[in-house]
Design a protein around this ligand. Structure first.
Ligand code: SF4
Length: 282
């Protein structure tokens, strides 16, 4: 059995920075809170917990100390609330998300109706909505953007982890229904590279194990891509979720993780697959 790792794996730079800033804050001492899980990964969550970091859902849950904003960013009102409460704020918003927030605000300030491609409840989109003024809409599927009315001035941005083809399709549709269109491509190039790596993997193996949080948007997109390429994809969060029957009889299996999946989790999954294969061959 050969386990083939995708050519792109491990944390993206945005997630790496958020984890490092949280760990550095914890080492300074005092109460440290992550506003939402910094990564959707149980190993990292446990590691941060063991260093005293607590996860909160809103700034009001932190009585004192330091609040770390994760890579997804927050709406301006949440950032303001952290400061109004006298809490120390460490802003680990990814530079690419800050760029998307700036473009969203620019579109709103210039009077465009802001169209955001993304999942309405995803934290990054919740943050973007806070920059989009009063006239905006979030769309996620073709069925949703097909229902958009004709518009005079439309401006479009995307949640970073949306697939490039969806962004292209949306922009193409908006070209037909708007008189003036301004486009900021805010799809994250790191996730695009990861998606290409997943497609490449699906070309050389029939089965790919995709490792990452069940609520991680970019991990779910990797699962979709493998399936769209005709492969079989299993989505697991860790090695304990591997079912021996998926891999025992295979000659080769692909392995890829989302941008918030640490290499240590990926290697633990690899080890588990190899031990299943060894037991099957014995
Ligand atoms: S996926 Fe891209 S936008 Fe999101 S945190 Fe990572 S580098 Fe930043």
């Amino acid at each position: 059995m050969k386990v083939i790792l995708a050519r792109e794996n491990g944390f993206c730079f945005g997630v790496k920075k958020a984890v490092e800033l949280t760990e550095a804050a914890a080492e300074q001492g005092g109460a440290v809170y992550n506003l939402g899980q910094v990564v959707h990964n149980p190993i990292i969550s446990e590691r941060l917990k063991s260093k005293g970091v607590e996860v909160i859902g809103a700034p009001g849950e932190a009585p004192e100390g330091t609040v770390v904003i994760r890579a997804h960013g927050v709406p301006p009102a949440v950032r303001a609330e952290i400061e109004e409460r006298g809490l120390t704020c460490i802003d680990a918003t990814c530079s690419l998300v800050i760029r998307a927030q700036r473009f969203t605000k620019q579109l709103a300030d210039e009077g465009y109706k802001v169209i955001i491609l993304g999942t309405p409840t995803h934290p990054e989109v919740v943050g973007l909505k806070g920059f989009a003024g009063d006239d905006f809409v979030v769309v996620e599927t073709k069925e949703e953007w097909d229902k958009l009315p004709k518009m005079k001035r439309a401006g479009v941005v995307s949640q970073s982890t949306q697939p490039p083809w969806a962004f292209r399709d949306l922009v193409s549709h908006l070209t037909d229904i708007s008189q003036e269109l301004k486009v900021f491509n805010t799809v994250c190039p790191v996730t695009v590279k990861r998606q290409h790596a997943a497609s490449e993997l699906a070309e050389v193996v029939d089965t790919v194990i995709v490792v990452g949080g069940k609520n991680s948007a970019n991990t779910r997109e990797l699962v979709n891509l493998v399936r769209m390429n005709g492969g079989t994809a299993y989505h697991v969060e860790n090695e304990a979720e591997i079912d021996a029957s998926w891999v025992a009889a295979l000659e080769a299996v692909g392995l890829i993780g989302g941008t918030s999946t640490p290499m240590e989790t990926l290697l633990a999954v690899k080890e588990r697959i190899e031990s299943i294969a060894a037991a099957a061959a014995a």
